[in-house]
Design a protein around this ligand. Structure first.
Ligand SMILES: NC(=O)C1=CN([C@@H]2O[C@H](COP(=O)(O)OP(=O)(O)OC[C@H]3O[C@@H](n4cnc5c(N)ncnc54)[C@H](OP(=O)(O)O)[C@@H]3O)[C@@H](O)[C@H]2O)C=CC1
Ligand SMILES: Nc1nc2c(ncn2[C@@H]2O[C@H](COP(=O)(O)O)[C@@H](O)[C@H]2O)c(=O)[nH]1
Length: 317
């Protein structure tokens, strides 16, 4: 049997009676782990999206962030952020270099507030071993595990000890996993399945192409949303800026791209150039305004109201 599965573009949310006098009354803040953040969306832990300055910018603004894990000294990063009175949110892999990073953190007496285990398919034995190791060494840290795409995987990671799961396989803008391996699951189906299967928070990762997709992800059960291309192309994004025929562009590349790996081996990502858009401030204001408006259409004044709206499938063919 072949199942029909759906993506953000296939659904819309049905409006309810608005109960606020102004969209400004709608509260977009979210509790995630030990902290509360101003918005439920944050930039992807990719080298072309975040660097240390981006992380500091988002943390100071009251938004969540996660530093990427490529050639980063997690101990120095954590010490720097915590010395500045900010929280540390790092990414790790599953190999020996991660063991060394964890030993160094421990030896320095440091504990990041958030740790994200970041591999393509987090539903695997290497991830299980690393999750158990991290929970043993850093029981105080809030551990996010991923990526996964099914409720069954989410339940396994929950039982291994993660505090949140990151869901989304092969839906990213610079992803070529679905072309190279044949595997992928559309985001609405992914998030609904994972959120119904576990009690821990689900992060919807990848595939955001419209601002309204944030409200759709939350309606499906996501607590947070990770996005790459949405945040690429700005002054505060980490990618290099280039000029072609007088036009300014910024690079955006996948973590499993040849460019990020430095070798053509198990490549499942590509590099693209996106329009350079200047300062990110305007985008962040607009994302918040749009989400406040989404909340108003949902008939409430907090994100919780979005969980209680009707979703309709729109057959576009
Ligand atoms: N969200 C998504 O859909 C995807 C995201 N990515 C991103 O790209 C980056 C690189 O990902 P990834 O290649 O997983 O990480 P790594 O290249 O760091 O691989 C982690 C380890 O897991 C092993 N491994 C990776 N994939 C498999 C597999 N399919 N079967 C068995 N072992 C495996 C690797 O061994 P070996 O290389 O020898 O197999 C390696 O030892 C990550 O940041 C990830 O988030 C990549 C693809 C999809
Ligand atoms: N298949 C791959 N997926 C990747 C790669 N690098 C990152 N990612 C995933 O994409 C999202 C961002 O998606 P976007 O649609 O918001 O741009 C990111 O968070 C990862 O989960 C890769 O090389 N291959």
């Amino acid at each position: 049997m072949i199942k029909t599965e759906i993506n953000y573009g296939d659904i819309y949310l049905v409006p309810k009676r608005t109960v606020v006098d102004s969209r400004k009354e709608c509260d977009t803040s979210v509790q995630f782990g030990p902290r509360r953040f101003d918005m439920p969306v944050y930039p992807a832990n990719m080298k072309s999206v975040v660097d240390e300055e981006t992380c500091e910018y988002f943390a100071r603004r009251g938004w969540f962030y996660t530093m990427h894990r490529f050639n980063v000294d997690a101990t120095r990063f954590t010490a720097d952020m915590q010395e500045k009175g900010l929280f540390s949110s790092i990414s790790i892999g599953v190999n020996e270099d991660t063991d060394e990073q964890l030993r160094n953190l421990k030896a320095a007496g440091l504990s990041p507030e958030y740790i994200t285990l970041d591999i393509a398919n987090g539903w695997c034995v290497k991830a299980e071993r690393m999750i158990k190791k991290v929970k043993d060494l850093f029981p105080e840290s809030f551990l996010i595990g991923g990526n996964i795409a099914t409720g069954e995987a989410a339940q396994d990671l929950e039982s291994w000890g993660v505090d949140a799961v990151k869901a989304g396989i092969a839906g990213g803008r610079v992803c070529i996993t679905k072309n190279k391996t044949g595997f992928h699951r559309p985001m609405v189906s992914t998030v609904l399945d994972c959120a119904q299967a576990v009690k821990i928070p689900v992060i919807a990762d990848g595939g955001i192409s419209e601002h309204g997709d944030l409200a759709k992800a939350i309606a499906c059960g996501a607590t947070m949303i990770m996005a790459g291309s949405l945040f690429a192309g700005y002054d505060e994004s980490a990618g290099q800026i280039i000029e072609i025929d007088g036009k300014h562009l910024k690079e955006y590349f996948g973590s499993a791209s040849e460019h990020n790996k430095g070798a053509y081996k198990n490549v499942e990502g590509k590099r693209i150039y996106v329009e350079y858009k200047g300062a990110i401030e305007r985008l962040l204001i607009e994302l918040k305004e749009d989400l406040q408006s989404s909340i108003s259409y949902s008939g409430g004044n907090t994100l919780a109201a979005l969980r209680d709206v009707e979703m309709i499938f729109v057959n576009r063919y």
